[in-house]
Design a protein around this ligand. Sequence first.
Ligand SMILES: [Zn+2]
Length: 312
Amino acid sequence: MRYALLLVMAVITSCQSQNEISKIINVNGLEIHYDFLDKESAEIESEITQILVNGFEVYRNLFGGNPRDSLDVTYTQFSVEIRKSRYTKGEADPKIIILDWSEDKTFGFTNWKVGLLHELFHLWNAETFKYKDGSEHWFNEGFSEFYAWQTAVKLGVVTPEEVLSTSIYPIGYYNSSSGLGKISMKEAGKDDKTKFENYFLIYHGGWVSAILLDKDIRTKTNNRKSLDDLMKWLYKNFFRTKKLYDSNDIINGIKITTGQDYNSFYENYINGLETIPVSKYFDVGKASIDYNFNLEGKEKHKYLYKSLGIEY
Ligand SMILES: [Zn+2]
């Protein structure tokens, strides 16, 4: 019996190593070290590469430079470990992205391509410049999600119609999260337990905050400024070996780069317990109807469209 069991284990081990494929590719100035942990992942290599290469270029232009490692040295060489799974989830560290991907949409809307763009974004936001502690996850996670979707639309990975209808998900998850009004977005991110309990409050409250701020800055500055200016400023001023950022830096950074003061927004909705009144800032339903059926009505939503990555 013991012998038979060992044999089976040996077969499983050899299957695993047969299915695992490692390779290095050089493309568009990037060196990507792939670890495909199963055959299905290796089969979508070209789709993955296309997203990584195009996403990297969008982000490099957005931040004004290549990502930096934990010693603040810029790089264009990184690893990607990828496997097929029931759900899409991932993580990033300097020079490495790990992604579990699924063909199904997690939570009804998260597709793996946007998940990959989210993790790629973390090579800059989280790993090039870094938060002081977990209470900054509303920014770290929410704004990474915001840029992942915006970039997915810009790259044609997600259609304008899809991002408009998808935006309802984070707004809905945020508004129905049980921690709303009881624990602030900032407080909720502080430790792993409260972060897990308030996942939607932090991630989707953060995403809603990002869309709202970006759209509001564009509106007030006639599209001359946006959150992009904050991102460039963070990249330029926050080296992780020297200075970690916190929420005060974010609000100050927006003021410095765009001239707009969001101190009370922060105190009410991020640090405080009030619920963000989304409808005061935009109407996704109307923006969707006008995008699809009413050419003349589109102008009203032009900055919301921009925030979502839609050109019209
Ligand atoms: Zn993340």
